[in-house]
Design a protein around this ligand. Structure first.
Ligand SMILES: *Cc1c(COP(=O)(O)O)cnc(C)c1O
Length: 225
């Protein structure tokens, strides 16, 4: 199986899920290249993918320096305060905002408005980053103090080994929260987007209205599926 087969399979799976979802919406397919080389990422690029994600600042910088200029870059891992200045102006989307301290630092260092997702720990797993669902609304309200931080949506990760029903419930909860925030029309927080779905669960996330999916393994695998 080639990378071309993988891309075709992912696109077909997404399309099928979109067709069964009640509301069909625009979707950005992001290739998470974090465990892969520049050459492998370039092979995916050559198959037409233009959105790439890394979870560490260093990985993002290395890939960005080596790959073509027309890529949209997503930082999907948490940022440390002291690293914000090194990377924020090279990032198109930041998916893991979960502390006001980081919002404040982004506001200080960014030379343009940064599109951010608030990461929410819907499942309550201790090991997960993200803020508790009940804290999201006040967090988003507090971010209004930082005009260079635009809250474009919410992001979550479902537990890897949870049953499908549970994962789908987590994605649904994130969507309900996103809609509640969007309806408030808070300043600097359109909150219209949902970043959810990885290799093991993206069809479920698309069924629940994901508008950004972050897929790594499924792009790069070369064994039998
Ligand atoms: C690694 C990672 C992904 C992609 O995971 P796969 O299971 O390889 O698709 C998505 N989102 C985040 C935040 C990640 O760290």
């Amino acid at each position: 199986m080639t990378f071309a087969d993988n891309v075709a399979h992912i696109k077909a799976t997404i399309k099928q899920a979109q067709e069964s979802a009640s509301a069909h919406r625009e979707l950005t397919l992001i290739c998470v290249s974090k465990y892969h080389t520049v050459e492998e990422a370039k092979a995916i690029y050559d198959l037409g993918i233009r959105d790439f994600a890394e979870n560490y600042v260093q990985g993002l910088q290395e890939k960005q320096a080596a790959l073509p200029d027309d890529i949209t870059w997503h930082l999907i891992g948490p940022l440390q305060s002291r690293k914000v200045k090194d990377v924020i102006n090279q990032v198109d989307y930041f998916h893991a905002l979960d502390r006001l301290k980081i919002a404040k630092e982004i506001n200080k260092r960014a030379d343009h408005v940064i599109k951010c997702f608030v990461e929410v720990n819907v499942s309550g797993e201790e090991s997960k980053h993200g803020i508790k669902p009940e804290e999201v609304m006040p967090f988003v309200q507090a971010c209004a103090a930082y005009p260079k931080v635009e809250i474009i949506g919410l992001m979550t990760m479902a537990p890897h080994d949870a049953p499908d029903e549970e994962k789908r419930g987590i994605f649904r909860t994130l969507r309900e929260l996103q809609q509640a925030i969007m309806e408030k029309r808070l300043p600097g927080a359109p909150c219209s987007e949902l970043s959810m779905g990885m290799t093991s669960d993206y069809p479920l996330a698309v069924l629940e209205g994901a508008s950004f999916v972050r897929i790594g393994t499924a792009f790069f695998q070369s064994d039998d599926r």
